[in-house]
Design a protein around this ligand. Structure first.
Ligand SMILES: NC(=O)c1ccc[n+]([C@@H]2O[C@H](COP(=O)([O-])OP(=O)(O)OC[C@H]3O[C@@H](n4cnc5c(N)ncnc54)[C@H](OP(=O)(O)O)[C@@H]3O)[C@@H](O)[C@H]2O)c1
Length: 499
């Protein structure tokens, strides 16, 4: 059974076996910006065994891919300045040419794997459009590449995993035809962030919080992913997805389960994921006739940055329909109907083109039962514990304290604990997650029932929103989202706008 000391939270503790890291979509954006820089850093740190290979499945000529990799690393990896490291990395590269729909591509891939080692461990990474997940897994199975007789075979699936509950269930069934659930790693890079994992450690390695971590002391929780960027080049995907599918169903609901879960019996993938699923199963079903009472959707209109730069409206962005009804802001107030959380709202919200880029979890506590200081002084503000996930990862505790001098007046004191690793070098989420796959450690990956349950929870909201007639607008570069005060009216101090 994996213990905390053997997992990603201590990734220099355990060595991986040599493996073939096979990238489907080896010329794509994710590969260029995230996978290749992470693999290079892993080679540097010894987290990827020196006898490993990185196999890129490419449609164009293999030589072109080698040049692509060099260029991508120069652009996106600070490690690329180390020429000895780059040479070592390039010696590990192996292109396999072919189209994803051609079975011969997989036969060639199999030959490439078998010629290298006696044991041919393989990690298959699907950095491809989601429509290909099923076909790729089918072909891998057809040529026997998911058979683990000669080494492990693990498949990493990127988000989005399905478009709704039915498509997620269908995809799961298709994957299970050719592989075991234990071979599937559904990646959610949010869970690879060190600060998200710290949330877990903070809760379960300290006894201080546990007595307070319930409905008796916590008024509500807000989980935020606020972006300053607009839709950028992602319009073809985003137009069909929207903020609820893109961020809330996946990343933010995953974070919610970490905040709300019971302590697992052991630090194991099974026990952790069992507890996360219990949270999702306890989420109060959304009544499709009352969706407006617990959720909010909006779209950014034109605006400007704090520096005065003009920002275009979503509907005028390249690739977006002029009459698009896709939400770029989504907020949902969930209730978790169990003993710990009954009656405590969990408000999850995300928006593009907001005033500030911040992801955080804010736990707002109830106010003191009796206010000694009310007369002639400000009412004490409720305490808040904030986990900043990005940028400037860290923890902040908001307390009330006396102003110095002959007064009982209060001031807000913020106790801050910036979160940095001891050598000041935080690991990127993809480095942590790739290393976990190589170790066979699945705690930070979603299990089939987690994904299906979270889709089922949001489905009534998706359904209700698809029938709406108009979508409120908010000014790009602002916090002026109409309706957020109404949504949080029963939460002490209302909407927490990140500072
Ligand atoms: N980009 C991100 O930051 C990000 C973040 C989270 C999740 N994701 C997910 O990761 C996946 C990949 O995203 P992306 O942004 O990297 O997409 P992308 O830039 O469009 O890349 C897609 C890749 O798939 C390849 N491909 C498509 N059809 C193929 C075929 N028939 N045969 C062989 N190769 C084929 C493309 O090859 P060609 O170059 O030959 O077209 C390209 O390498 C998506 O599921 C996305 O949702 C991406």
């Amino acid at each position: 059974m994996a213990q905390a000391s053997q997992t990603a939270s201590c990734i220099d503790c355990e060595k991986t076996e040599a493996s073939n890291v096979v990238i489907f979509g080896a010329t794509g954006d994710l590969t260029k910006r995230k996978l290749l820089p992470s693999l290079l850093k892993m080679v540097k740190l010894g987290l990827l065994h020196a006898d490993s290979r990185i196999i890129g499945v490419v449609r164009n000529r293999g030589d072109d891919w080698l040049a692509f990799v060099r260029q991508a690393l120069q652009e996106f990896s600070p490690q690329a300045k180390d020429s000895a490291l780059m040479e070592r990395f390039h010696a590990m590269l192996c292109p396999v040419e072919g189209d994803l729909e051609d079975i011969n591509t997989y036969t060639r891939l199999k030959e490439a794997l078998l010629t290298h080692h006696e044991r041919t461990n393989a990690l298959f990474y699907c950095a491809i459009p989601p429509g290909w997940y099923s076909a790729v897994s089918h072909h891998l199975g057809a040529v026997g590449l998911m058979d683990e007789a000669q080494g492990y075979r693990r498949l990493v699936i990127e988000k989005p995993f399905g478009h709704d509950a039915a498509s997620a269930e269908k995809l799961n069934r298709e994957l299970w035809r050719v592989m075991q659930e234990s071979q599937i790693y559904r990646i959610d890079h949010y869970l690879g962030k060190e600060s998200v994992q710290n949330l877990f450690v903070f809760r379960f390695a300290n006894s201080l919080l546990e007595p307070l971590w319930n409905r008796n002391y916590i008024d509500h929780v807000q989980i935020t992913a606020s972006e300053t960027l607009g839709v950028e080049y992602r319009a073809p995907y985003y137009e069909k997805a929207g903020a609820l599918r893109d961020m809330i169903q996946s990343h933010l609901m995953q974070v919610m389960t970490l905040v709300a879960m019971e302590p697992p019996a052991e630090y194991s993938a099974t026990d952790i994921r069992d507890e996360k699923v219990k949270v999702l199963r306890a989420v109060r079903p959304v009544d499709i006739n009352h969706v407006d009472e617990i959720s909010l959707a909006a779209q950014y209109a034109s605006g400007h940055t704090a520096e005065g730069e003009d920002l275009a409206a979503y509907c005028t962005e390249p690739g977006v329909a002029a009459d698009s009804s896709t939400e770029t802001f989504a907020a949902v107030k969930f209730y978790i109907d169990n003993w710990r959380w009954q009656g405590v709202p969990f408000v999850l919200w995300t928006g593009k083109r907001m005033k500030k880029r911040v992801s955080e979890v804010m736990i707002r506590f109830r106010q003191p039962p009796h206010n000694l200081f009310e007369e002639g002084t400000e009412r004490p503000l409720p305490n808040a514990l904030i986990f900043r996930l990005q940028p400037d990862e860290g923890m902040f505790l908001r307390m009330n304290a006396k102003l110095p001098g002959l007064t009982t007046r209060m001031q807000r004191l913020v106790m801050s604990a910036p979160y940095e690793s001891k050598d000041g070098d935080m690991y990127d989420a993809y480095e942590i997650l790739l290393h976990d796959v190589l170790l066979g450690e699945a705690s930070l990956f979603s299990r089939a029932d987690e994904v299906e349950t979270s889709w089922k929870i949001v489905e009534p909201i998706i359904e209700a929103w698809s029938q709406r007639f108009s979508l409120p607008r908010y000014r790009a570069g602002s916090w002026d989202v109409p309706g957020m005060d109404r949504l949080l009216k029963d939460c002490i101090s209302g909407w927490h706008i990140p500072s």
